[in-house]
Design a protein around this ligand. Structure first.
Ligand SMILES: Nc1nc2c(ncn2[C@@H]2O[C@H](COP(=O)(O)OP(=O)(O)OP(=O)(O)O)[C@@H](O)[C@H]2O)c(=O)[nH]1
Ligand SMILES: [Mg+2]
Length: 317
């Protein structure tokens, strides 16, 4: 048996369990498997933290959203489109104080180990090895995306929590073709929960030898993402901005999101600096838009007659 009986625990030999135990054999729930006579609720004087620092899964979210509902940012795009590179770049810029202004100051993160896992290969380190891109995001057996958390304190002292959902491009490809695809659960999760969606257009794929296929795939994915966003903020993000794309192709890509109202914001990011352009600028502009985006409020219909309580007008469902 290699599955913990705790309903929220998906830990394996290498991951911290949902109760915060770094090693599985120390977990009281796990001990009940080895020795059924041991009670899982036996008192212990060890103090455990409810987070491990790793990327969060769906069942960890109650812990973050207990304070205030975080803004979930879904990064939707095909395989190798540069989705994880965006997150790694945000983290590296944040680390050297180059991402935010004084209006938003870094406050905390429950997933620093998860951020490190994404960004570590992108760092310059002493030695002959130049920085590398982050590894491909594995799809594995996970049913929901890995979530990276970061919180900022605003000028007025309030906090803004952000959760970035990074999923493998394979999920989105399957979801674009068939919304109900059994192995696209993670893509459906993002579509359902994202308060802000970044729709990724990969300039390298859109100018390469398979650009026709890349364009068709993008159009299919854009159609699905726009329909699912249902008025929630959506931005078109061109990745690999250092790669040239024909203006006809750019126009076709823009047309895929032309039906969105208000018109979608467009951003271009690249890890390579352009002529006289700092590579960080694109990431900064994108981050600024994300952090200042507001969740759409609930609109209650206007009351025609005063004195009628909403309960009696709308009933209870
Ligand atoms: N030229 C250029 N290439 C880039 C840039 N960003 C990413 N790439 C390339 O794109 C590849 C994929 O980047 P990732 O960030 O892993 O892409 P992803 O969308 O997370 O991919 P999956 O996890 O497989 O879905 C990298 O290995 C790089 O080769 C960029 O700014 N410029
Ligand atoms: Mg990735």
């Amino acid at each position: 048996m290699d599955k913990c009986p705790h309903h929220d625990c998906f830990a394996d030999d290498n991951t911290t369990c949902t109760l915060g135990n770094l090693e599985r054999h120390l977990c009281p729930e796990w001990k009940t498997i080895a020795n059924p006579k041991v009670s899982a609720n036996a008192p212990s004087d060890e103090m455990l933290l409810p987070w491990s620092g790793l990327a969060m899964g769906e069942s960890d979210l109650n812990f973050v959203s207990g304070r205030v509902k975080p803004i979930t940012v879904g990064i939707v795009g095909p395989e190798s489109a540069g989705k994880t590179t965006i997150l790694g770049s945000f983290y590296l810029l944040l680390g050297r104080g180059a991402l935010t202004t004084e209006e938003y100051v870094f406050s905390n993160s429950y997933t620093l180990t998860g951020w490190e896992a994404v960004a570590t290969s992108m760092r310059w380190k002493p030695g002959p090895q130049p920085p590398r891109f982050p590894p491909h995001t594995p799809s594995g057996k996970a049913r929901s995306p890995g979530m990276l958390h970061v919180a900022f304190r605003r000028n007025d002292g309030t906090l803004r929590d952000l959760l970035f959902a990074d999923a493998p491009g394979e999920w989105f490809r399957k979801w674009a073709i068939n919304q109900e695809a059994p192995d696209a659960e993670g893509a459906r999760w993002i579509a359902r929960h994202a308060d802000v969606t970044l729709l990724i257009a990969d300039r390298q794929a859109l100018s390469g030898s398979k650009m026709g296929t890349a364009r068709n795939d993008f159009q299919l994915l854009a159609q699905r993402a726009v329909a699912e966003a249902r008025g929630r903020p959506l931005a078109l993000v061109w990745t690999k901005g250092d790669v040239e794309v024909s203006s006809a192709m750019e126009a076709q890509i823009r047309r895929s999101v032309a039906s969105v109202s208000p018109p979608v914001q467009e951003f271009t990011v690249s890890v390579a600096p352009g002529e006289g352009v700092d590579a960080a600028d694109g990431f900064r502009r994108l981050f600024d838009w994300i952090v200042t985006t507001k969740r759409a409020g609930v609109k209650l219909p206007a009351m025609q007659a005063s004195g009628h309580d909403s309960l009696f007008r709308f009933g209870r469902r």
